[in-house]
Design a protein around this ligand. Structure first.
Ligand SMILES: O=C(O)CCC(=O)C(=O)O
Ligand SMILES: [Fe+2]
Length: 359
């Protein structure tokens, strides 16, 4: 985007937005766009209130946050602390294992892209050696009776999640957290519908078997003190929205319109919620899918747990009638195809394998 300033900008921030490389000039000193300098906090206690007015009041705050920033802290969510404590304990134990043990459940060991990805395996910024993080991805599995999904379990299908053998604690902790986040995210779809001036149940028909993914992450400290290696390079998320649970070590930063990184430090008992590309697409940009990154300069181990929520795989996304502009054509996007495409963008090491996506 070209920006008029007194002097030509010399410094740029580089990122991937919607899977496409982009850059933004850095404008300091109060010039440039009106933009955010902090991440707003929204008390979500009332998203389940029996009072429509109370639910609408939350939705109005969410609407403002999503329009101005694309990120907000959801305070007073109802996911029990013991569920959160247990998943953090279990993932710390998992990531602390020897490399070889984790590689036994590498994402390419099974179809469906589920499992472990080691340090530096994903890469969005070509100038780096890759993202300095390791992860474990799990998602919906119709054959798993422990998942509280809307369909009855099918016993004749093999499990598509790539669970570590002999680690029931990890499987149970992640699955319990997953079930809570599916439920909480479904509630958020109602809040987002209200926030867009739609019927609360507007998105229900697109969320009959929604794709939700839990992806525990571990960011080791920088090898060089004060180093600038990305834990996760600047990007936007590609599903509908993300609900992120941070541990107690910071590092997440959100890019404002002036190219300035705004810290989103952990706040106890909150989730960080951010709009992702599907919702930006269907709202024609009214709700922003904002660029963010993680750099762990703290000298400590950082753990975080994003939950990515997408509509049904076969849902076709079109710009909402209330968000269209006269005379403009809007493309339809099928959720499953888009997810498959975006998985490939950062997985340059094994592009052939990246085609095996079965969500
Ligand atoms: O770890 C974090 O705080 C953010 C992770 C993230 O942005 C992502 O997984 O897309
Ligand atoms: Fe992200």
């Amino acid at each position: 985007m070209a920006i008029e300033t007194e002097t030509e900008p010399v410094e740029y921030v580089y990122y991937h937005q919607g899977g496409i490389p982009g850059r933004r000039p850095v404008i300091r000193g109060g010039k440039g766009h009106e933009t955010f300098n902090e991440i707003p906090l929204v008390d979500v206690t009332n998203i389940t209130s029996p009072s429509f007015e109370a639910r609408k009041a939350v939705a109005d705050k969410v609407a403002k946050a999503c329009t101005d920033v694309g990120f907000f802290y959801a305070q007073n969510h109802d996911v029990p602390q013991e569920i959160i404590d247990e998943i953090f304990a279990a993932i710390k134990e998992f990531f602390a294992q020897p490399h070889e043990s984790k590689m036994e459940v590498h994402i390419h060991k099974k179809i469906g892209f589920r499992g472990f990805e080691p340090l530096f395996e994903t890469k969005l910024d070509a100038k780096t050696r890759g993202d300095m993080k390791e992860s474990f991805l799990m998602g919906p599995d119709k054959s798993d009776p422990d998942q509280e999904l809307p369909f009855p379990p099918l016993t004749d299908q093999p499990s598509v999640n790539n669970w570590p053998p002999d680690n029931q604690r990890f499987r149970i902790a992640v699955t319990k957290y997953y079930n809570h986040l599916q439920r909480f995210s479904k509630l958020l779809t109602r809040t987002f519908a209200l926030a867009l001036g739609l019927e609360e149940t507007f998105f229900d028909s697109m969320c009959t078997f929604p794709a939700g993914y839990v992806r525990p992450l571990h960011y080791p400290p920088q090898e060089v003190s004060g180093g600038e290696e990305p834990g996760i390079a600047a990007h936007t998320d590609f599903a509908c929205f993300t609900v992120l649970c941070q541990g107690d070590v910071g590092g997440l930063e959100v890019l404002n319109k002036n190219g300035i990184w705004i810290a989103a430090p952990p706040i106890p008992r909150t989730f960080v919620v951010n709009i992702a590309d599907f919702v930006q697409h269907i709202t024609n940009g009214r709700f922003q899918s904002t660029v963010h990154r993680v750099i762990n300069k703290t000298g400590e181990e950082r753990y975080s747990i994003p939950f990515f929520y997408a509509f049904d795989d076969d849902a076709e996304l079109e710009v909402l009638p209330s968000c269209r502009e006269e005379g403009k054509e809007y493309e339809k996007v099928r959720v499953g195809e888009y997810i498959a495409h975006r998985f490939k963008v950062s997985r340059t090491k094994h592009p052939d394998k990246a085609q095996v996506v079965n969500v």
